[in-house]
Design a protein around this ligand. Structure first.
Ligand SMILES: NC(=O)c1ccc[n+]([C@@H]2O[C@H](COP(=O)([O-])OP(=O)(O)OC[C@H]3O[C@@H](n4cnc5c(N)ncnc54)[C@H](O)[C@@H]3O)[C@@H](O)[C@H]2O)c1
Length: 428
């Protein structure tokens, strides 16, 4: 049993913290979001992958608690004594470039509490070299200790797929690394206690590269199928039938499907970390990835264009459009970088009045403020769906009753192939 510190209690940090607590570790999680800390200590989980019941279980057993982390340097807000410190804070973009401020602040906090013999693992996604070069230096400076001799430093990328009930934190193999063989043993001992399988690689830079490679792989393949979907539509072929047929090939083909664009914290962001590194350190572009980004970014506007086509002769001007599902992926209420946002903007720019509905989204305030759309409650079918000129299935949550939608809506543009195409239903 170890004393585990998890810094950042979001989609990555919270499931890890709760799982570690369930596995017998004594876990303290810290976060700068005071409201989140209060909610967690009250037994309310904001993350789908951690139920309130599981959270209440580890709180009741005393194996997990959370506390506020101060953003400002220097202040020791809570007594943090740990054997393993894990950092899982956001790594967003700022003006298109990696923004490591949260990662640096969180690593600083860990460094201030670091004692000899401890292990620090970075889980945030970032470009190769960050852990060893940048975070190692911060930890050494803050603690006065030497990495690899006084304490161990590792990197283990998270592969969590929020909302996925099949591939979970526990049964998804976890790539692990450290700056030294002794460090790697410590990392392996920790992760072997919480996941089924660990996969060791030779350095943190290799593990960091593995994570961004996985994301670039998805980004490029999604862009490929998105571009082919536009081509298929123009030449009168159903791309979904093509994909189904291609998927029967038992080797060398991996199914990807088109959609209204990519969202979330990972795919629109992480490849840009690698692209930035290649640009700044190697002086060239990451061509396939950069082009893929462009193609995926253009999808919301393409969907709006297709919507306008379905509403001819008047097009979008004056039309009432309902967007079903605005979270970036099904089964979650996560609005980060969701393509629904630029889609709605494009529809409104064309003159449509847009309402949205999403049974998973709970925090509508900033959405309404920034998009100007109406939000309609509705589970299986949005009441009054027949009053809209067009319903667009943007995110295909299972809660929607697609059979009823296809019967009641006047016209449907289905970006996810959930409804059989027909006179009133058109697939992307
Ligand atoms: N969400 C995913 O599906 C996913 C999957 C794999 C990897 N990742 C990566 O994991 C990292 C975390 O992503 P996430 O989705 O969990 O983000 P998140 O926004 O859900 O959670 C991050 C948490 O960190 C907190 N935080 C921010 N700065 C902090 C600081 N200085 N000290 C303490 N807490 C701080 C935030 O308040 C938030 O609660 C990112 O690098 C992301 O790219 C995310």
């Amino acid at each position: 049993m170890s004393r585990v510190l998890v810094v950042g209690l979001g989609y990555v940090g919270l499931p890890l913290a709760v799982r570690a607590a369930e596995a017998g570790h004594s876990v303290i999680g810290v976060d700068t979001d005071v409201a989140k800390v209060a909610s967690l200590n009250g037994g309310h989980s904001p993350v789908e992958d951690v139920s309130d019941i599981r959270l209440l279980g580890v709180l009741a057993r005393g194996s997990f608690r959370s506390a506020r982390a101060r953003e400002n340097r220097g202040a020791r807000y809570v007594a943090l004594d740990f054997d393993v410190g894990v950092v899982a804070v956001p790594t967003p973009l700022r003006d298109g470039e990696p923004d490591l401020r949260a990662l640096e602040a969180a690593t600083t906090l860990v460094g201030q509490h670091l004692l000899p013999g401890r292990l620090v693992v970075i889980e945030s996604t970032t470009y190769p070299g960050t852990t060893e070069r940048l975070m190692g230096a911060i930890l050494e400076k803050e603690s006065g200790l030497r990495v690899g001799t006084d304490f161990w430093l590792g990197y283990s990328p998270e592969r969590i797929d929020p909302g996925n009930r099949v591939h979970t934190l526990v049964n998804t193999p976890k790539v692990i690394s450290a700056t030294t063989p002794e460090g790697l043993r410590a990392v392996r001992t920790f992760y072997d206690s919480i996941v089924d399988t660990t996969v060791s690689v030779s350095s943190p830079a290799t593990a960091e590269f593995t994570k961004v490679f996985e994301n670039v792989f998805s980004q490029v393949n999604i862009a490929l199928v998105n571009e082919l979907a536009t081509v298929a539509h123009e030449i009168g072929v159903n791309i979904w039938e093509v994909i189904d047929a291609a998927t029967t090939k038992p080797h060398g083909f991996l199914r990807h499907t088109p959609g209204p664009g990519v969202g979330g914290h990972c795919l629109p962001v992480d490849p840009a970390y690698l692209s930035w590194l290649v640009r700044t350190e190697l002086g060239r572009g990451l061509r396939l990835s950069d082009t893929a980004q462009e193609i995926n970014d253009a999808m919301p506007a393409y969907v709006a264009e297709r919507a306008a086509g379905l509403l001819e002769p008047t097009g979008l001007a004056g039309a009432r459009v309902l967007v079903l599902g605005v979270a970036y992926k099904k089964g979650t209420g996560d609005l980060r970088e969701t393509p629904a946002r630029p889609l709605v903007a494009a529809l409104r720019a064309g003159g449509a009045a847009v309402d949205v509905s999403d049974p998973h989204v709970t925090d509508w305030e900033s959405w309404i403020r920034s998009t100007g759309t109406g939000v309609i409650d509705g589970e299986e079918v949005v009441p009054g769906i027949d009053q809209y000129d067009l319903a667009i299935v943007c995110t295909d949550h299972d809660e929607f009753d697609y059979r009823k939608i296809s019967r009641q809506a006047r016209r449907v543009l289905d970006c996810r192939n959930r409804i059989a195409p027909g006179p009133r239903v058109c697939a992307l």
